[in-house]
Write a protein that binds this ligand. Sequence first.
Ligand SMILES: [Zn+2]
Length: 247
Amino acid sequence: MRLVDSHAHLDEFDDLKPVISRAKRVGVVAIVAVGASLETNMKTLSIAEEYSGYVYPALGAHPWNISSKPEMVEENFRLMERRVDDVVAIGEVGLDFWIKADKELQVKVFRRVAEFAKRNRKPLLIHSRGAWAEAFEIVESVGVEDAVFHWYSGPEEVLEDILNSGYYISATPAAQYSRYHIKAVEIAPLDRMLLETDCPVVYRGVKSDPSFIVKTLEAVSAIKKVPVEEVAEKTTQNAIKLLKLPL
Ligand SMILES: [Zn+2]
């Protein structure tokens, strides 16, 4: 089986060697390492260089990181512009209306980053917690061609819009137990789904790493009543196609 972890925060691990070898052991053939800020983007780029051909970078501007220092946001944009040819996607980006950050600023940065992705024909990897409809509207109005609504757990109506517009969602290990995420995995067809871990997120008390993709795989297989081999094959093909991975 070949698996792709389409969303991992590898910059948050101190020692990546054992993490990568565990991933290889369970069949992970590629990891998309997402950045969230200037600092984590730079770290992500250097990790991708170190594990070239296995770790593919995406550069982002996460809503949790944008409000505090506007000058960092600008410098981050300059980094994205310089390195856009070296990345497979723009992410993690998006909106989060459950946090106490300035909504207007979040919208402004997200719109700008969506326009940047469109101009450079890169898929967007989107965080949309508590702002599912707003995030969708921005992506659609900007005319972004490819987007993944990562760990989608929002309303069904917005999910229908996402799918009708040709966009994807990604599933995490929370598909084992989270009601709203399970519902989304039930609704979205397999040809619009990617697997991921969002590691090092802690799921039910355990810190994840890319090998936890197996938990995502098993959960999706159980929800959709499709054999794990088929889920693995389809979602890996989706990732290869969408992110243009040279696999
Ligand atoms: Zn994430």
